[in-house]
Design a protein. Structure first.
Length: 367
């Protein structure tokens, strides 16, 4: 358990610094990140109050009476980390003790595939589609998972149950070619079968601020090099793109395809809205995300014109709206690209409408 302390001036019932002590709580959350899942608060020794507990569904915000007015108030926040269990080759292991071999193909060469899922209302959204894609990727790299699809889902449920997770959780399923007997790339050197890991974490999505993108020189390439449709462990191209975007002062990288058309970001699929039409790339050079496809399906069902097409940066710059799609963030608005404001720079009406329709789809899927 760790403790963090701060002071604020309580002037006529308002906080001397905006959003305190709530702002202080959120500041500490940002500092210590996702590993901490339980917070308690003490103000001037008045007693401990639960602020947030991702296991017990504690309150995100609290009201505390009898705080002295027009005085400096001491706030102490305690944090507690509860261990999360990970799945490794049929066993549940506490996070701090989870290990794989340094000879593992995934660690040594990025030889493996993965899949990410999100938990809503005690159900993994679009689970069968994610598991199908995992097996398709394994087949593409000639990797025998050694389990049936039902057994992979059973391992997912076992990990969820062990962690007592019912909502606001994210799972990453990772399968590699397993440990090698010598540190070389030939697949035949992996003699002990695959390594199967499930990482599961509490993650509460926030309504995202519009993010910024920077176009980078790194491309999503041809299938005969490294097929961008594969969720492979070899993500160096996307990582380099992310680094370039960060150095340019942006949140994510906007990547083009080999023909110079707008394609995707380093982590998500990319959409623009122009004159009430929704555009995304052809899908030839990017991961055809499940959330991406759900957005396309929603648009078609709701008679929102949607097109998978080639379009240029010039057309992206002049878009009325832009947004990203992904399993974790669902639909994230884009405020600017290469320093150019997109539309108003805020969440646009079409993006907001699609987001609400997607929420309804999730409620239907996970009820």
């Amino acid at each position: 358990m760790d403790a963090y302390s701060d002071y604020f001036y309580n002037d006529e019932g308002s906080h001397g610094r905006e959003n305190e002590p709530e702002g202080f709580v959120n500041e500490v959350k940002d500092i210590i990140g996702k590993t901490v899942n339980c917070f308690t608060l003490n103000i001037n020794g008045l007693g401990w109050f639960p602020v947030f507990d991702s296991y017990a569904k504690g309150k995100e915000y609290i009201e505390i009476d009898n705080i002295p007015l027009q005085k400096w108030v001491n706030v102490i926040l305690t944090t507690q980390t509860r261990s999360v269990d990970l799945y490794i080759d049929g066993k549940l292991v506490p996070r701090e003790k989870a290990k794989v071999s340094v000879y593992d193909s995934g660690f040594m060469l990025g030889d493996g595939v993965w899949e990410g899922l999100r938990l809503y209302n005690n159900k993994w959204a679009f689970c069968n589609e994610h598991i199908d894609r995992l097996f398709e990727a394994a087949l593409a790299i000639d990797l025998d998972i050694g389990l049936e699809k039902s057994e992979v889902i059973e391992a997912l449920m076992m990990t969820q149950k062990s962690n007592n997770m019912t909502n606001d959780a994210h799972a990453r399923l990772m399968i590699t070619r397993g440990p090698k007997k010598r540190p070389f790339q030939h697949p035949a050197l992996s003699i002990d079968g695959p390594t199967f890991v499930i990482i599961m974490e509490h993650s509460v999505p926030k309504i995202p601020r519009p993010i910024s993108l920077a176009t980078v020189p790194h491309l999503r390439g041809l299938p005969m090099t490294q097929d961008p449709k594969l969720n492979s462990h070899s993500k160096l191209n996307c990582i380099l793109a992310c680094i370039a975007a960060e150095k340019a002062g942006a949140d994510e990288a906007l990547m083009l395809d080999i023909n110079g058309f707008v394609n995707t970001t380093n982590a998500c699929n990319f959409f623009v809205v122009k004159k009430d039409e929704v555009w995304t790339s052809t899908g030839d050079y990017c991961m055809n995300g499940i959330t991406r496809q759900k957005v396309i399906d929603i648009c078609r069902a709701e008679r929102i014109p949607v097109y998978e097409k080639n379009f240029s940066l010039v057309e992206a710059y002049s878009a009325d709206e832009a947004f990203l799609t992904g399993t974790f963030g669902a639909q994230t608005p884009v405020g600017c690209i290469d320093g150019r404001t997109i539309g108003t720079g805020e969440l646009g009406p079409t993006t907001e409408h699609i987001r609400e329709l997607y929420k309804l789809l999730i409620e239907k899927e996970c009820r």
